[in-house]
Design a protein around this ligand. Structure first.
Ligand SMILES: Nc1ncnc2c1ncn2[C@@H]1O[C@H](COP(=O)(O)OP(=O)(O)O)[C@@H](O)[C@H]1O
Ligand SMILES: [Mg+2]
Length: 368
C-alpha cells in the first residue's frame, strides 16, 4: 500500500472514530468490519466483541428477516439513503434492551469489495420528549375541557340538587323521600368526580398548614368503611403515637390516601389485607399502603405514574390517580416509591418531610 493511501485511510479512521454518531462499516456478507467508539457506547459492546460479527447482533430479532432482505437489495443497487423508510427502527444493546434509532446508509467501495457505512443516531431521548409533549398537550386540553364541563354541568347539577332538597323537606311520603335522597346522593357523586377532574386539570395552589397525618389516614379510611365492610378485606392499621405535624395541604393528602386505598381495593376483588402504617423516620413521616392484591408486572410498574396509564377496563379507570398522587407528594417535597409482585401484592411508600412544622413541635431526636 502506498504511503499516501495509508495516510488517507488513517485519516478516515480518525474522523470516523471521533464522530458523535455511531458508525459501522459492514461488508457484503453483512459482517462488521469497522465500528467507532460512539457505536460501541450506543450498543454497549467492546470493539473485539463486534468485529467480524454479523451486523444482525445489533438488530432486534423481530426485524432481522426484514434486514436480510433489505441488505441484499441494497448491495444490488447501492445508493445513499436513510434506512427503514417510514418504519420505526430499533437497535439492540448487548444487555438485550432496545433503543429507537435513525440510520443513514452510504455505499462504499473498499479494497475488499463493496461495503456499506451505517451512521446511527440514538433518537430515544427525542422520542421521549415527543411523548412528553403530547401528554402535556393532552393535559392542557383536558384542563380546558374540564373547566368548560364544570360550568356546563355544575350549573344544572346545582339546580337539581336544590330542587331535590326542597322537595325532600316538603314531602312526608317515605318512598318519595328515599327516591329524592338517592337523587341527592348521586348528584353529589357527580359533583365529586367533576371536582376531582378539575383539581387535576388546574392544580390549585396548595394551602399548607401543620396537619396530623395520622388523623388524615383515619379520616380517609372512614370513607371506605362501607365498601370494606361489604368485602372480604381486613384492614390492619399501625399508626405511631405522637407524631409531629407535617406542613401540608390537608385535602391533597386525603386525595392521596383515597387514590392509594381505592387502587388497593380494586386490586383485591376476592378480598385480602389492606395494611396502612405511619411511622417516623428521622426527619420524615413514612406512610405505607400495602395490599395483598393481584400486584403488577414489571412493565406496569414502570408506567403507573404516567398520566392516562390504566390497566382497568374502559370507564373504570382514568389512569390519573397515581399521576395526581405523585404530583402532590413531590409538591410537598416528599417521595413516593413502590414494590409489587404479581399475585403477591403491592406496597406504596411515601415519605414526607416534617419540615418547619415538625421541627417546631417535635422533641429533639438527637441523643436517643
Ligand atoms: N395497589 C395496586 N395493585 C395493583 N396494581 C395497581 C395498584 N395501584 C395501581 N395499580 C396499577 O396502576 C394503574 C394506574 O393507577 P391509577 O393511576 O390510579 O389509575 P387507575 O386506577 O384509574 O387505573 C392501574 O390501572 C393499575 O394497573
Ligand atoms: Mg386509581
Amino acid at each position: 500500500m502506498s504511503q499516501e493511501l495509508h495516510d488517507s485511510e488513517e485519516q478516515f479512521r480518525l474522523i470516523v472514530e471521533a464522530a458523535p454518531n455511531g458508525m459501522l462499516l459492514v461488508d457484503e456478507r453483512g459482517l462488521i468490519v469497522m465500528v467507532n467508539g460512539s457505536a460501541l457506547k450506543q450498543f454497549g459492546y467492546e470493539r473485539e466483541e463486534l468485529l467480524g460479527q454479523s451486523v444482525e447482533v445489533l438488530i432486534p430479532g423481530s426485524s432481522r428477516s426484514d434486514h436480510r432482505q433489505h441488505h441484499a437489495g441494497f448491495m444490488q443497487a447501492p445508493q445513499a439513503r436513510s434506512m427503514g423508510g417510514r418504519r420505526e427502527l430499533f437497535g439492540l444493546r448487548k444487555d438485550g434492551s432496545e433503543f429507537a434509532v435513525e440510520i443513514g446508509l452510504t455505499p462504499i467501495q473498499t479494497a475488499r469489495g463493496m461495503g456499506v457505512v451505517a451512521s446511527i443516531v440514538d433518537i430515544s431521548e427525542r422520542k421521549r420528549l415527543e411523548i412528553q409533549l403530547r401528554q402535556a398537550e393532552r393535559l392542557a386540553e383536558l384542563g380546558t375541557l374540564a373547566s368548560g364541563m364544570a360550568h356546563e354541568i355544575g350549573t344544572p347539577m346545582n339546580v337539581i340538587l336544590g330542587r331535590a332538597e326542597y322537595l325532600l323537606q316538603r314531602t312526608a311520603d317515605e318512598g318519595m323521600k328515599k327516591g329524592l335522597a338517592t337523587i341527592v346522593a348521586q348528584v353529589e357523586r357527580i359533583t365529586k368526580v367533576m371536582n376531582q377532574l378539575l383539581s387535576f386539570a388546574r392544580r390549585r395552589t396548595p394551602e399548607r398548614r401543620a396537619v396530623d397525618v395520622g388523623a388524615i389516614v383515619e379520616e380517609s379510611l372512614e370513607m371506605f368503611q362501607e365498601r370494606i365492610a361489604q368485602s372480604r378485606i381486613t384492614v390492619d392499621k399501625t399508626i405511631a403515637a405522637s407524631l409531629p405535624p407535617v406542613l401540608a395541604d390537608r385535602d391533597q393528602l386525603i386525595q392521596v390516601l383515597i387514590n392509594l386505598v381505592m387502587n388497593s381495593l380494586h386490586a383485591m376483588p376476592e378480598g385480602g389485607t389492606l395494611r396502612l402504617s405511619l411511622a417516623r423516620e428521622n426527619d420524615y413521616v413514612c406512610l405505607k399502603v400495602a395490599d395483598t392484591g393481584h400486584g403488577m408486572t414489571e412493565e406496569t410498574r414502570l408506567k403507573v405514574f404516567d398520566p392516562f396509564f390504566t390497566t382497568k377496563e374502559f370507564g373504570k379507570g382514568t389512569g390519573l390517580g397515581l399521576t395526581v398522587v405523585k404530583g402532590i407528594i413531590e409538591e410537598h417535597g416528599g417521595t413516593i416509591g413502590l414494590e409489587s409482585a404479581v399475585e403477591q401484592g403491592t406496597t406504596f411508600t411515601i415519605r414526607l418531610p416534617f419540615g418547619e412544622a415538625g421541627a417546631a413541635g417535635s422533641p429533639s431526636s438527637t441523643g436517643n
